[in-house]
Design a protein around this ligand. Structure first.
Ligand code: CA
Ligand code: CA
Length: 271
């Protein structure tokens, strides 16, 4: 009976090798090498990512600066950074392709000291879902015990804006009256705001802050659910000048992209 409860030697070996395999894979993935034995340094360094401060931020495809701090009891020798595509699980390579794990050396403000800032600027090659991982190493070669990471999104798809009220393309309104303009906006990662621009069709000038007319200006308006993939929005617009005006509305997303094809309505302001 006892024999049945104890795994055979073969099974034990299998389990042992499997666990070892995982450990080795983890070390290889981390790109770690055994550091020189420093009997007087038994404390691992600790890297912290401060930018992005939060998980799941959304950025446009532009140069992104990742930064943070690293501490150690004897001195931080380096802080490495690596970028993974969360869909393919592959890592960003120096030649711009995706493949085996690759770490890049960040710039340290105080290399070799017990506390340093670090930073690294990276331009994502395309839209996608990524994770950035950092690892500090101390002068004894010890890596971080727990590697800090941030998930983030890179968004290149602009939002879309729809005006629902007024329903008709052209609305007649009395001078001095206010019209309610409302609608919806959609985005793959989240709508942040809508913006309104008003053009006088006779002069082709646009309403600017302070009530002056000139070059196009987009006036910021709030949405009901900022950050949501779909949201309603509504604002009032008064018309104090006789004439014909085009109102354009375009949404912006969390990455700062604006709808390239704004929705529009025409208002005829009469006495
Ligand atoms: Ca240390
Ligand atoms: Ca978007």
């Amino acid at each position: 009976m006892l024999n049945r409860l104890i795994p055979t030697t073969g099974e034990q070996m299998k389990i042992g090798n499997s666990a070892l395999g995982v450990a080795v894979a983890a070390i290889l993935a981390g790109g770690l090498t055994a550091g020189p034995a420093h009997a007087d340094d038994v404390v691992a360094p600790d890297a912290v990512i401060t930018a992005p401060a939060l998980q799941d931020e959304v950025y446009g495809r532009k140069a992104l600066t990742f930064s943070g701090t690293a501490t150690d009891d004897t001195g931080v020798a380096s802080v490495g950074i690596a970028f993974q595509d969360r869909k393919s699980r592959l890592w960003f390579r120096p030649d711009g392709t995706w493949g085996a794990y690759q770490r890049y050396a960040t710039v340290l403000s105080q290399p070799g000291t017990v506390k340093t800032n670090w930073s690294y600027t990276w331009t994502p090659p395309s839209a996608g879902s990524y994770v950035v991982q950092a690892v500090a190493k101390d002068k004894a070669g010890h890596p971080d015990k727990v590697l800090p990471f941030r998930r983030f999104e890179v968004d290149t798809a602009a939002p879309d804006t729809t005006i629902k009220i007024p329903t008709g393309a052209t609305t007649q309104i009395r001078k001095g009256r206010s019209a309610t303009i409302s609608g919806t906006a959609r985005d793959d990662h989240g709508v942040l705001n809508v913006y309104e621009a008003i053009e006088n069709r006779a002069t082709h000038k646009w309403l600017r802050p302070g009530g002056v007319w000139g070059a196009i200006y987009w006036h910021k308006k709030s949405v009901v659910r900022p950050g949501a993939p779909g949201t309603d929005w509504s604002f009032g617009q008064s018309f104090s000048t006789l004439g014909t005006f085009t109102v354009q509305v375009r949404a912006s997303d969390r990455a700062g992209l604006a709808d390239p094809t704004p929705a529009s309505r025409t208002f005829k302001v009469v006495r």
